[in-house]
Design a protein around this ligand. Structure first.
Ligand SMILES: *Cc1c(COP(=O)(O)O)cnc(C)c1O
Length: 434
């Protein structure tokens, strides 16, 4: 049947079961699927009238909350001009403004912006930039990447090949991926004193394979989907030094961390470093329309341009989508004109205080916060599909994974709303004892 009327909640769920695949989900047994009818600020309104406080920001993205009048207006204004026009041989104000803004606000030196549709594709583009750069330099043998265990860079083939091969979500595809080099995940926490031994293995790998490595790629300061781990800015500083010393490019994946989530606009700023190539996505459009960007410095862009093939060989159909660029411009302006640093810091402090009682449980390994990210790590795996219904019953939207229960609410959340999230986490953690 082709649905041509408003669906009842039960029809909607039935048709969803019949036809729709959800992320990382068994379609024969999808667990609880929650129909949302609309969302407003920090609330998800369900089709059955219940309201959930959002603790996820739709995977790092919705930093300003949902249905924001300024962002809505930016989309409406742009829609009246054009939704999209091909980007080959054509340019337009939303894309140019956004590129200039990103070059301005990102770490020094990142001057050229390549737009794409999703984070994974931004990572593919970064990897291709590095490979084409070395090809242009007469070093086409440099095709390997050095990265970190517990890393996550997306779901497409190039990106999967630099995700953690075991704890990552892609071990099933391992045999079909190109093989790269993996150093131990940084073991030195954000606030812990860094010692050279923490990076010894990484330093050894970079030294040993220096002729074959095109670039190092890593998530700065926060390893997200690979375990929500926070590591020392000194580690990242040393990575930059080792890349320089060995003449290797550094790609930093800020897709999750960008736009304020860690307490700095970009996580690189904790270490005061600039990468050669940087990926952005997720909060770039505040969760409105999919868009990503890969930035590079002049060394990379001029290096590519000086080769036999001066054109960088990539060009997505929806490149520089005008609606997405317009909402990104509005979102960045909104962010920079807000007191986001204070908000992120106070969200972090409140989570640190209110999640601390979780430490009482013997099966809680660690409670940690950084910026507006709060993590409760257990010392055993949890079954997310069993916990999500408990959270929904408590009126919050929280989706744990692996052995991690985490919160990263929109920056506009109020202290009362945040307390509702933290107390739900505490209650759910307590039930795990049984
Ligand atoms: C989410 C994420 C990606 C992939 O982005 P998509 O838009 O889902 O393709 C890549 N890298 C990091 C660090 C991410 O968190």
């Amino acid at each position: 049947m082709i649905p041509n009327h408003e669906l009842s909640p039960s029809d909607l769920l039935q048709l969803d079961r019949d036809h729709v695949w959800h992320p990382y989900t068994d379609f024969t047994n999808p667990g609880l699927i929650t129909p949302v009818s609309h969302a407003q600020a920090v609330e998800l309104h369900l089709a059955d009238g219940r309201v959930l406080i959002d603790g996820m920001s739709s995977w790092w993205a919705a930093v300003h909350g949902y249905n924001h009048p300024t962002l809505n207006q930016a989309v409406i204004d742009q829609l009246g001009k054009m939704a999209h026009v091909m980007f080959a041989g054509i340019t337009h104000e939303p894309a140019v403004k956004l590129a200039a803004t990103l070059a301005q606000i990102s770490p020094p030196g990142l001057n050229k912006v390549f737009f794409s549709d999703s984070g994974s594709v931004a990572v593919e583009i970064a990897l291709k930039m590095a490979i084409q750069y070395w090809h242009s330099q007469g070093q086409a043998q440099r095709t390997m990447f050095l990265t970190l265990k517990r890393g996550y860079h997306g779901d497409t083939f190039g990106a999967m090949a630099v995700c953690d091969p075991h704890s990552g979500m892609h071990h099933l595809f391992h045999h079909a991926l190109s093989h790269h080099l993996f150093a131990e995940a940084p073991s030195c926490g954000f606030d812990e004193p860094f010692q050279e031994t923490h990076i010894a293995k990484f330093a050894q790998l970079i030294q040993q394979h220096r002729q074959k490595i095109a670039a190092v790629i890593l998530e700065p300061i926060v390893q997200g989907a690979g375990g929500m781990r926070f590591y020392s800015p000194d580690y990242l500083r040393r990575v930059r030094e080792l890349c320089d010393k060995n003449g290797i490019l550094l790609i930093v994946d800020e897709i999750a961390t960008g736009f304020g989530r860690t307490g700095k606009l970009f996580a690189c700023e904790h270490a005061g470093i600039s990468p050669d190539i940087m990926c952005m996505g997720k909060a770039l459009t505040a969760g409105y329309i999919t868009l990503a960007a890969t930035l590079c410095n002049d060394k990379v862009s001029n290096g590519i341009a000086s080769g036999d093939n001066p054109a960088f060989m990539h060009g997505p159909t929806y490149m520089g989508n005008a609606l997405a660029c317009a909402v990104a411009n509005a979102s960045i302006e909104l962010l920079l004109n807000s007191d986001w640093e204070t908000r992120v810091a106070s969200i972090g402090k409140q989570m640190r205080d209110e999640l601390a009682p979780c430490k009482e449980f013997s099966y809680v390994k660690e409670v940690r916060t950084l910026g507006a990210i709060g993590v409760v790590e257990l010392n055993r795996p949890i079954v997310s599909s069993q916990l999500v219904p408990l959270f929904v019953e408590l009126g919050v939207w929280v989706r744990p994974f692996g052995n991690i229960i985490y919160l990263m609410p929109p920056f506009i959340i109020t202290p009362d709303q945040l307390s509702k999230l933290t107390s739900a986490v505490l209650k759910v953690v307590a039930t795990l004892a049984e």
